[in-house]
Design a protein around this ligand. Structure first.
Ligand SMILES: [Fe+2]
Length: 410
């Protein structure tokens, strides 16, 4: 059944129905288009922050500077010198402090001004020249910052907000893929987390035989036609069956004209737990080839500005031995990484093609399987409006996928 997009109720959850927030586009409260603040975000991968030089990048429409203090601790601050507004990321790291390139003012990791080079001693000027510094942690090979207003919304412990595989490297292994920057608004990128697009968009890049062909042509020849793989059925004869899973939302399954299920490289077993976590993490469970261990793919979608989005993704397994770790390292290099890069390129092209957010939302025509996506849109909109109108934060979702689903055979 075709229907127009549900209009998101941009209202606070109170009886004061008169309270409302203006919309930029249908279902998009004004301001959400460049990000949802007051959450922990991955900012950059750890190896990209050297010990002795600041790095500048934009995140949630804000210029940030990332640098390491005297103890090597990563720091994330607003990237403007309060003096003459030039970027601090153009400066130097000196004796564990950040020096502005322009006139030499220096700042500590907490954002306080420690030195004005022509002032003989610290004065009240120092306390007036403060840079906003964000709570920062380094976990799992990423620098994380709580991009928010800590007075209004105190930062929750980061341990409560990260998937467990990043917190317990003794029990898990994860492999990060290169950080990506896409030319698309982050809300359009998140729209791409619907599961049923994989059947069509990734039909060739994800199907087992194609993956095998890519990594091992001889194995592909030996495997050809052996299972009910999608590759045994021509693309022209494939359709999609939409199923509602128990607790994991909607899924699309590749089927032939008789409705027989085809394994198209997306794991079909029941998965529990939320697929989407605020502010922008998507979880998928994938099995790249029939004999390989299924893995959890995590994707963080972080707005850069209205036009661009930064994506961090990694694959994770539960492990019990060093031998397993070695085996997985090999699987990642040969299978998982090439496959992820190919599907990411396809997703990236779709997100960019959706064009301008406002135009896209004004002209789209949603169909029944888009209801999962509409739910995610609504959660984002409501979380944003609750912060603006109520001063409250949406509760953290259940950690995903739930613990048991991470036990995979290796
Ligand atoms: Fe995709």
């Amino acid at each position: 059944m075709a229907r127009r997009a549900d209009k998101v109720a941009i209202m606070a959850n109170t009886n004061t129905a008169s309270k409302s927030w203006p919309e930029l586009a249908s279902g998009v409260p004004k301001g959400l288009e460049t990000g949802l603040r007051n959450y922990w975000y991955p900012i950059i991968q750890s190896p990209e922050v050297p010990a002795n030089a600041p790095v500048g990048l934009k995140c949630l429409n804000e210029d940030l500077v990332i640098w390491r203090d005297g103890e090597g601790r990563a720091r994330v601050m607003n990237d403007r010198c309060p003096h003459r507004r030039v970027k601090l990321s153009a400066g130097r790291v000196l004796a564990g402090e950040l020096q502005c390139a322009y006139h030499g003012l220096r700042f500590a990791g907490d954002g306080s001004c420690t030195l004005i080079p022509w002032e003989k001693q610290a004065s009240d000027l120092n306390s007036k020249l403060c840079v906003t510094s964000y709570p920062t942690e380094e976990i799992g090979g990423y620098v994380w910052a709580y991009l928010g207003d800590v007075k209004k919304f105190p930062a929750p412990p980061i341990e409560d907000c990260l998937p467990e595989e990043l917190l317990h490297p003794d029990r898990f292994i994860h492999f990060s893929l290169p950080t990506e920057e896409w030319d698309a608004n982050w809300l359009l990128v998140i729209d791409g987390s619907d599961t049923y697009h994989a059947v069509t968009l990734h039909a060739e890049s994800q199907e087992h035989e194609s993956v095998l062909r890519y990594i091992d042509p001889a194995a592909a020849r030996a495997h050809a036609g052996k299972d009910a793989g999608a590759s045994t059925v021509p693309l022209a004869d494939r359709l999609i069956e939409i199923v509602e899973t128990d607790g994991h939302g909607l899924r699309g399954i590749s089927v032939d004209r008789e409705g027989r299920h085809l394994d198209h490289g997306h794991r079909l077993e029941t998965i529990r737990g939320e697929r989407f976590n605020l502010p922008g993490m998507v979880t998928n469970v994938l099995r790249p080839v029939p004999t390989a261990a299924a893995y959890v793919s995590r994707l963080y979608q972080v707005p850069i500005d209205y036009h661009r989005t930064r994506l961090f993704r990694f694959a994770a397994w539960r492990v019990e031995s060093d031998a397993q770790r070695e085996k997985l390292r090999d699987l990642v290099e040969r299978v998982v990484r090439p496959r992820q890069l190919r599907t990411a390129a396809e997703d990236r092209a779709m997100a960019a093609m959706a064009g301008d957010l406002v135009e896209s939302r004004a002209n789209e025509f949603l169909l029944s399987p888009d209801r999962d996506m509409v739910r995610i849109r609504r959660r984002l909109a409501e979380a944003f409006v609750a912060q603006q109108l109520e001063g409250t934060r949406a509760p953290r979702n259940e950690r995903t996928p739930s613990r048991d689903t991470l036990v995979f055979p290796v």
